[in-house]
Design a protein around this ligand. Structure first.
Ligand code: PMP
Length: 453
C-alpha cells in the first residue's frame, strides 16, 4: 500500500481552494482526509493514518481495494480497444450483458450507463415509453418511498424521498409520488410488523387507485432502503408490492445500486424475496467502484415492445457517450469473476450474520434503539430515549462517528435530516473483509459505545 507522507501536507490548502466536495458544508471540509492508498478493507491517508473503511467508499468497493487483476483487466482492454460506443457493439459489452443475465437469473436486455442516477433515469424513460407502446399512453407517474435515495439527476432526485436533498433544487420533474416506507421500528403501537408492512404496501395500491390506475407507469424501490437508514421490509410487504404492480399493469423497477452484487448475501437484493422485477437498475458494486459503470436491465418482453414499432420514434432514443465503454465492461467482468472465485456473495451472508450477531451485544445500550441487518449491510439506530424512540442528537451521532474514526474505523451516517432521523449508523464493509477486519469493526465500535454509557 502506498504510504502517506508529510510531503503531501500542503495539499489540504490546495484541496480547499480547488475541489468542490459532494455533500459537505464548507466548514466541515476544513479538514478533508486526503486518501492516498487502499488495500483490502483498509485505506491510508496522506498523514499515514490507516482506517478500516466499513462503508466501502460510498457502499461500492465490494471486492476491496488494491486488486491488481482489476487494473490488469482495464489495462489489457485499453491496449486493445479503450473506447467504442454501444451504438454499435463490442466484446466486453456482449459478455458482460450475458453475465448479468446469469446473475439476474432471468431474461433481461441490458442498457449501460455511467452512474446509478443515470441507470434510474433510463428506467423511467423506458417505462414511460413502454407504456405508450402498449397503448397505455396516459401512464407517466412513478411511485417511490419517502426516505429512499435514487440519485442526483432531476428525475432520479424526483423519485428520491429525502427532502433535504431536494431543497433548493425544486421544482423537480412532475409525476413522482411518494408513500411512507415500511419502517417497522417506528410502527404505530398495537400493530404487528406484518400488519404494519401490509398497510404500507396497501398505501401503494391506494395511491395507484386514487391517482388513476391508467396514469401510473411504475413503482421504484430498493429491496431494502439503504441511504435512508437501512429500512428492511417484511417479506409480506414485497410480496404484496409485486402483486399490486402485476394487478394494475404498473412496472416494478428495483433499484439494486447498493443492494446488488452480493451486498445482500444474494447476488441481487430482490432475490432474497423471490421478486420478479420488470426493470433492475445497478451500479456501484458492478465494478466495485474501480471505474464508472451502471446498467438498466429490462425484462425481455418490455424490450421486445421496442422492436418493430412503426412509429419513427418507437426506438429508445437515449444515448450516452461513455456508458458501457469496453474498458469499464472488461473490468466489471473481472470484478464478477473475482466475486465468483472467492464466493464473496456467500461470504457476505456469513459475515453479515456475524456482524449483526456481534452488534447484538449492544442491544441493551441506552443509545441503541434498533439493530437491523440485510446481508453485509447493517444499521444501528441511535435514540435519545429507548421508550419514546426520540432520535439521538446529531451531535451524539457525529461524536460517535468521530471517535470511531480516531480509532481507525470509518462508518456511515444515514437517515433523513429534515424528518429528524439522521441517526442511523451504517456499516457496509467490503465483502472481502477478513475475520480480523470484522473483529476490528466490532471491537472498535463497542469500545466507542462504552464511552457513552
Ligand atoms: N440508487 C441508490 C439506491 C443509491 O444509493 C445511489 C447512490 N448512492 C444511486 C441510486 C445513485 O447512484 P450514483 O451516485 O452512481 O448516481
Amino acid at each position: 500500500m502506498p504510504e502517506g507522507t508529510p510531503a503531501t501536507a500542503g495539499l489540504v490548502e490546495k484541496d480547499l481552494k480547488y475541489v468542490w466536495h459532494s455533500m459537505a458544508s464548507y466548514s466541515s471540509v476544513s479538514q478533508p482526509m486526503i486518501v492516498t492508498g487502499g488495500e483490502g478493507s483498509w485505506i491510508v491517508d496522506s498523514e499515514g493514518n490507516r482506517y478500516l473503511d466499513a462503508m466501502s467508499g460510498l457502499w461500492c468497493v465490494n471486492v476491496g481495494y488494491g486488486r491488481k487483476e482489476l487494473a490488469d483487466a482495464a489495462y489489457e482492454q485499453m491496449m486493445n480497444l479503450a473506447y467504442y460506443p454501444l451504438t454499435q457493439s463490442h466484446l466486453p459489452g456482449i459478455r458482460l450483458a450475458e453475465k448479468l443475465n446469469e446473475w439476474l437469473e432471468g431474461e433481461y436486455v441490458i442498457f449501460f450507463s455511467n452512474s446509478g442516477s443515470e441507470a434510474n433515469e433510463v428506467a423511467f424513460k423506458i417505462a414511460r415509453q413502454y407504456q405508450q407502446q402498449i397503448g397505455q399512453s396516459g401512464r407517466f407517474k412513478f411511485i417511490s418511498r419517502y426516505r429512499a435515495y435514487h440519485g442526483n439527476s432531476m428525475g432520479a432526485l424526483s423519485a428520491t424521498g429525502q427532502a433535504q436533498r431536494k431543497y433548493k433544487y425544486e421544482p423537480l420533474s412532475a409525476g413522482f409520488l411518494h408513500v411512507a416506507p415500511p419502517d417497522s421500528y417506528r410502527r404505530p403501537a398495537g400493530q404487528t410488523v406484518e400488519q404494519f408492512n401490509l398497510l404500507c404496501a396497501q398505501a401503494i395500491e391506494d395511491t395507484i387507485v386514487w391517482e388513476g390506475v391508467e396514469s401510473v407507469a411504475g413503482v421504484i424501490m430498493e429491496p431494502v432502503i439503504t441511504g435512508g437508514g437501512i429500512i428492511v421490509p417484511d417479506r409480506a410487504y414485497l410480496d404484496k408490492v409485486q402483486e399490486i404492480c402485476n394487478k394494475h399493469g404498473v412496472l416494478l423497477i428495483i433499484d439494486e445500486v447498493i443492494c446488488g452484487f452480493g451486498r445482500s448475501g444474494r447476488k441481487f437484493g430482490h432475490q432474497n424475496f423471490g421478486m420478479k422485477p420488470d426493470i433492475v437498475t445497478m451500479a456501484k458494486g458492478l465494478t466495485s467502484g474501480y471505474l464508472p459503470l451502471s446498467a438498466t436491465a429490462v425484462r425481455k418482453e418490455i424490450y421486445d415492445s421496442f422492436k418493430d414499432v412503426s412509429d419513427e420514434y418507437g426506438h429508445l432514443r437515449h444515448v450516452n457517450t461513455f456508458g458501457g465503454n469496453p474498458t469499464s465492461c472488461a473490468l466489471a467482468l473481472r470484478n464478477l469473476e473475482v466475486m465468483e472465485r472467492e464466493s464473496l456473495v456467500d461470504r457476505a451472508r456469513v459475515l453479515g450474520e456475524r456482524l449483526e450477531e456481534g452488534m447484538r451485544a449492544l442491544s441493551e445500550h441506552p443509545l441503541v434503539g434498533d439493530i437491523r441487518g440485510f446481508g453485509f449491510l447493517l444499521g444501528v439506530e441511535l435514540v435519545a430515549d429507548k421508550e419514546t424512540k426520540e432520535p439521538a442528537s446529531l451531535d451524539t451521532v457525529k461524536t460517535i462517528i468521530g471517535q470511531c474514526k480516531a480509532r481507525g474505523l470509518i462508518i456511515g451516517k444515514n437517515g433523513d435530516t429534515v424528518a429528524g432521523f439522521n441517526n442511523v449508523l451504517t456499516f457496509s464493509p467490503p465483502l472481502s473483509s477478513t475475520d480480523e477486519d470484522l473483529d476490528f469493526i466490532l471491537s472498535t465500535f463497542c469500545e466507542v459505545m462504552k464511552l457513552h454509557l
